[in-house]
Design a binder for this molecule. Structure first.
Ligand code: PLP
Length: 369
């Protein structure tokens, strides 16, 4: 058998590891920040009706410009945006990949601020873009001064911010994004995958788009919108940016079924987002209950919590898994990350964690299985 090392693979891909969040079948899966509430049945019926209609013309290629979907996304985003400002792909990961295909690539670099979403550096490497790491301030924040200093130091072609940041939950202020934009001639991307979980009335980078043609705000239907399995991500930017992305996207990249399903779901965005307040309440419950168990959660503006004070993250991860609760070890020493689930799932997580005993000594090995 040929091994990966024997293949004539690109030299820059040798020794790389793929994205690999475990996909175990467990009772309580709180590891990839999905909305764990199912799609409401009435919405599901409307989506199915739209899919049924789309199937009747599936012999033809789909609308390459996915105009109806872009209209739906623009209406959902508001802020005076129209279809010309909106682009979409099979998950925001594909949107980010298209951005680096168009604006990164060999000989170019993208600046990110770890710890951050692991896919940002993986997409950089897959597109042959050099990944350069910027330093954060205390508490994982990025001040305007820090952003400008790191841009001046590394002179990147593209800057990636993640706000709120995965896995820390930290927001990036609009003044930091404005300062970064002014400090570079390159593209500035704000990954707002968790924007719907921001505190009510909190401004998003969408408010900065006017007059900033190099600013791109990426979003996804995978998190708050309860649509992870459908694979729909999108971005808002100046119309000229979508012209650039048309140069690198594959023709007809969004299937007729994806377009139909997403357009139908967007017609019911109120119902699709009805659980967001519930999820925020469960996040806040995790934030208040973890200290009582001896753990140190970080403030979170998203649907997950990173918590410190874990003596042995790998052991605690395994002990929780043995109790049917899957969370995430993101590789930051003495921390673990958990997504806020339904009330019952969140209770199951907190009870399983409490049953492990004193966090400073690692999980108890006496599992009552
Ligand atoms: C989950 C996540 C995404 C979503 O990716 P999709 O491809 O849209 O499912 C994007 N960015 C961040 C920071 C995420 O955590």
């Amino acid at each position: 058998m040929t091994s990966l090392d024997d293949l004539p693979i690109r030299a820059d891909l040798r020794g790389r590891t793929p994205y690999g969040a475990p996909q175990a079948h467990v009772r309580v899966a709180l590891n990839v920040n999905e909305n764990t509430h199912p799609v409401p049945e009435s919405v599901a019926h409307d989506i199915v009706a739209s899919l049924a209609a789309a199937i009747l013309t599936i012999n033809r290629y789909p609308d390459r410009e996915f105009g109806e979907l872009r209209d739906g996304l623009a209406t959902y985003l508001g802020h005076g945006l129209t279809r010309d400002n909106v682009w979409a792909a099979n998950g925001s990961n594909e949107v980010l990949q298209q951005i680096l295909q168009a604006f990164g690539g060999p000989g170019r670099s993208v600046l990110g601020f770890p710890p951050t979403y692991s896919m940002h550096s993986i997409i950089a490497s897959a597109t042959g873009t050099q990944w350069v790491e910027g330093a954060r301030d205390e508490g994982y924040e990025i001040s305007p001064e820090t952003a400008v200093r790191e841009i001046d130091r590394t002179a990147p072609d593209v800057v990636f911010f993640c706000s709120p940041n995965n896995p820390t939950g930290t927001p990036v202020s609009l003044s930091t994004i404005e300062a970064a934009y002014d400090a570079t001639d390159g593209i500035v991307v704000v990954d707002e995958a968790y924007a719907e979980f921001l505190p009510q009335g909190n401004a998003t980078a969408l408010t900065l788009l006017e007059g900033r043609d190099r600013l791109l705000v990426s979003r996804t239907m995978s998190k708050a919108f309860a649509f992870a399995g459908a694979r729909v991500g999108y971005l808002a930017a100046a119309p000229v940016i979508t012209d650039a992305l048309r140069l690198v996207r594959l023709p007809y990249h969004l299937s007729a079924l994806t377009q139909a399903a997403a357009t139908a779901a967007l017609r019911h965005s109120d119902q699709m987002l009805a659980m967001v307040d519930d999820i925020k309440a469960q996040r806040d419950r995790i934030l208040t209950e973890l200290p009582a168990l001896g753990y140190a959660p970080l403030p979170s503006w998203s649907n997950f919590v990173l918590f410190g004070g874990v003596a042995d993250p790998a052991a605690t991860f395994e002990a929780l898994l043995a109790r049917g609760v899957l969370i995430r070890d993101v590789g930051i020493p003495n921390t673990l990350r958990v997504s806020a689930g339904t009330e019952a799932e969140t209770t199951a997580f907190l009870e399983a964690l409490a049953a492990l005993g004193d966090p400073t000594s690692g999980p108890s090995t006496k599992l009552d299985r």
